[in-house]
Ligand binder design. Sequence first.
Ligand code: BTN
Length: 268
Amino acid sequence: MGKPLNLNQNQTAIDAILAAGWIRDVQWFSEIDSTNSAARRVTGNHEGNSALLPTLFVADRQTTGRGRSQRVWWSPEGCLMLTLALSGQTLPSRPEEWSQLALLSGMAVANTVAQFVEPNSVQLKWPNDVYVLEKKIAGVLIESDTKVWLVGIGLNVNMNWSAAPKEIARQATCMRSASGCGVEVPVVLVELMEELHRTLEGWRRGEFAWQAEWQQRCLLTGRVVHIRISDNREIIGRCEGIDACGRLIVRDEHGVHQLTAGEVLAWH
Ligand code: BTN
């Protein structure tokens, strides 16, 4: 028999999120294919009506959770899975800054996790993975059709590792494992939404030097990194952190690379 849904706690979280006045609508599914896919279907029907945005989509379970680079996201209960659908008006006015949304979202997740575990143990792996003590705790999947931006977040809160695929159990952690005590998913959700609001508002207004904060949590700075930068190009070099635009700086024997995209394959 499945665990009964704690509707009271979910409703309390929804009420708190709506009362904060930023989110216009919350859609919470006990099971869905993917919150990013659901958000895409629903916002596709908005026909440009951004009055309904930001909308938050949350699921207790996903049947086909999606990760970056066409990977699958393991999506059982105990993982906080959400997609925040934002209109372009929520972003800074300069389009060249929009690619930073991934880094800012990851930073908001990291700062939320840091409220529950040893704060200095929480790090960011460029561009937007969150790690605790070298194990992945959260990932972010950004999708956009330029009118609507979807920020998909998977954050491991209370995972049952005995049910996990071996590779995931070896490489990942969750808030309960990292903190030593159970944390309720709806409680984390409310904190995360506050943090996302604060972070994205500060970014939109150009009000805070987020790069310094991001840099402090950078997992890769000073380390040798192996990065796939396109289908047929990989580089290995020493990471020197991020620049003011959020690009990853990597130095190898050919010079300094400022990477706007790429997949970090390994680091040591
Ligand atoms: C990654 O690290 O590869 C990104 C993972 C993003 C997973 C989240 S879970 C909620 C949302 N819905 C999805 O299908 N994916 C994102």
